[in-house]
Design a protein around this ligand. Structure first.
Ligand SMILES: Nc1ncnc2c1ncn2[C@@H]1O[C@H](COP(=O)(O)OP(=O)(O)OP(=O)(O)O)[C@@H](O)[C@H]1O
Ligand code: SF4
Ligand SMILES: [Mg+2]
Length: 334
C-alpha cells in the first residue's frame, strides 16, 4: 500500500501566561492511500493541534512546532514556505474544521463559496467552475443544485450545511481530507447520513481521510485504522478490529468498556475516572499512571517504549515489557 502521509515525532507547544503548554509530545503515524484513519481521545489530548499542524495552521505565536517531520508524498511540509503551503491547502490536502460557525461565510452564496477555491487554484472558466460546483452538490446529495447555488448558508439545515462544507473541501479533488469532528454538532440521524456520505465519497473519489472524533460509533462505522491519543501522545494504534477486540492499553480498554461490539452505533467514549495530566508540566513517566488500575512503580518514572504487537498494532505501555508480564503471571499464580 502506498503511504501518502507520514508524521514523525511531532511536538507542538503553546506559550501562554501560565507557562508553556506541551500540547503534542512526540506523535508519529502514517496514512495509506484511500484509507480512513480515526484519531480518538478525550478533550484536550491534542487531536486538533495534530491535524492543524499537518496543515501548518498552528497560530504562531502562541504556537510553535518544536520538532518533527510531516511528509506528504515526497514533500516535507515542515520545510515549505507559507506561499508553497497555500498551494497545497484546499488543493492536495483539505480540512473540515471543528468549529461549525467558521465553516461557511453567511454573507456569500453557496455557489460563490464553492467556486472560490476552484478559481483560486485551478485555471478554469466561470462556466466550468459552475459545472463543477453543481457536480459537487450532486455528489454530496443536495437536491435542486441549480437553485441551491444562489442561496445563502442560513437557507440550509445543519445537515445540509455540513454537506456543503464537505463539497467545498472536496471540490479541488484533494488526495487527503482531514475532518475534525465533522458530525459532532449534528443530531444522530443526520450524523448517520453524513457518515454514509463519507463512505460514498471515499468509494467514488479514493480520497484518504483522517477523521477526528469522540464517538466510537463513528469509528466503528467508517474507520480502517484507529489511533488513540492521550495527553499529547499517541498511545495505541491498530486496525479497527485490533483496537475494538484486542485493545492493549488500559486507557483504550477504559474507553471501550461500554462498547465491546464493533456494530455499536451510538456509543460515546466512556468517561474514565480522574482527569488527564497538566500539559504545562507533563509527567516524565506514563501520563495515564494516576488513573491506571494497572500502574506499576516504573510507570511513574519512565515513559514506556513503543511495542509492536503485529505489523499494524502498536502500544506504549509497560505491561508489554516481558518483566511486567512475568511479574503478572507469577502474581496471578499465587
Ligand atoms: N491557541 C492555543 N493556545 C494555548 N493552548 C492551546 C491552543 N490551542 C490548543 N491549546 C492546548 O493544546 C491542547 C490540545 O488541544 P486540542 O485542541 O488539540 O485538543 P483536542 O484533542 O482537539 O480536544 P477536543 O476534543 O476538545 O477538540 C489543550 O491543552 C489546549 O488547551
Ligand atoms: S504504562 Fe503503566 S500506567 Fe501507563 S497505561 Fe501502562 S500500566 Fe498503566
Ligand atoms: Mg479538537
Amino acid at each position: 500500500m502506498e503511504k501518502i502521509l507520514e508524521v514523525k515525532d511531532l511536538h507542538v507547544h503553546f506559550s501562554t501566561y501560565g507557562g508553556i503548554v506541551q500540547a503534542v509530545r512526540g506523535v508519529s503515524f502514517h496514512l495509506y492511500k484511500g484509507e480512513t484513519l480515526a484519531i480518538v481521545g478525550e478533550s484536550g489530548c491534542g487531536k486538533s493541534v495534530t491535524s492543524n499542524a499537518i496543515m501548518k495552521l498552528i497560530p504562531s505565536p502562541p504556537g510553535r512546532l518544536v520538532r518533527g517531520k510531516i511528509q506528504f508524498h515526497d514533500k516535507q511540509l515542515t520545510e515549505l514556505s507559507e506561499k508553497e503551503m497555500r498551494s497545497i491547502r484546499g488543493v492536495d490536502i483539505s480540512m473540515i474544521f471543528q468549529d461549525p460557525m467558521t465553516a461557511l461565510n453567511p454573507t456569500l452564496t453557496i455557489g460563490t463559496q464553492l467556486m472560490e477555491g476552484l478559481k483560486q487554484h485551478k485555471k478554469i472558466s466561470s462556466l466550468e467552475a459552475r459545472e463543477k460546483a453543481l457536480e459537487m452538490l450532486e455528489l454530496v446529495g443536495i437536491p435542486n443544485p441549480d437553485e441551491r447555488l444562489k442561496q445563502y448558508p442560513h437557507q440550509f439545515s445543519g445537515g445540509m450545511r455540513q454537506r456543503i462544507v464537505i463539497a467545498i473541501a472536496l471540490i479541488c479533488e484533494p488526495e487527503l481530507l482531514i475532518a475534525d469532528e465533522p458530525t459532532t454538532a449534528l443530531d444522530v440521524t443526520i450524523q448517520a447520513q453524513i457518515l454514509e456520505l463519507f463512505e460514498k465519497i471515499q468509494r467514488e473519489t479514493g480520497v484518504s481521510i483522517i477523521l477526528i472524533t469522540h464517538d466510537l460509533g463513528v469509528v466503528a462505522k467508517v474507520a480502517d485504522r484507529v489511533a488513540v491519543m492521550y495527553a499529547g501522545k499517541l498511545i495505541e494504534e491498530g486496525d479497527k478490529r485490533e483496537i475494538f477486540y484486542h485493545p492493549q492499553h488500559p486507557y483504550t480498554k477504559g474507553l471501550l468498556k461500554s462498547v465491546p461490539r464493533l456494530d455499536a452505533t451510538e456509543a460515546e467514549l466512556t468517561p474514565i475516572d480522574g482527569t488527564p495530566p497538566d500539559l504545562f508540566s507533563p509527567p516524565k513517566g506514563c501520563p495515564f499512571a494516576p488513573r491506571c488500575p494497572m500502574a506499576m512503580e516504573v510507570c511513574l518514572r519512565k515513559y514506556p517504549k513503543t511495542k509492536s504487537l503485529t505489523t499494524t498494532h502498536k502500544v506504549d505501555c509497560w505491561l508489554q515489557d516481558k518483566r511486567a508480564k512475568k511479574l503478572l503471571a507469577s502474581s496471578s499464580r499465587k
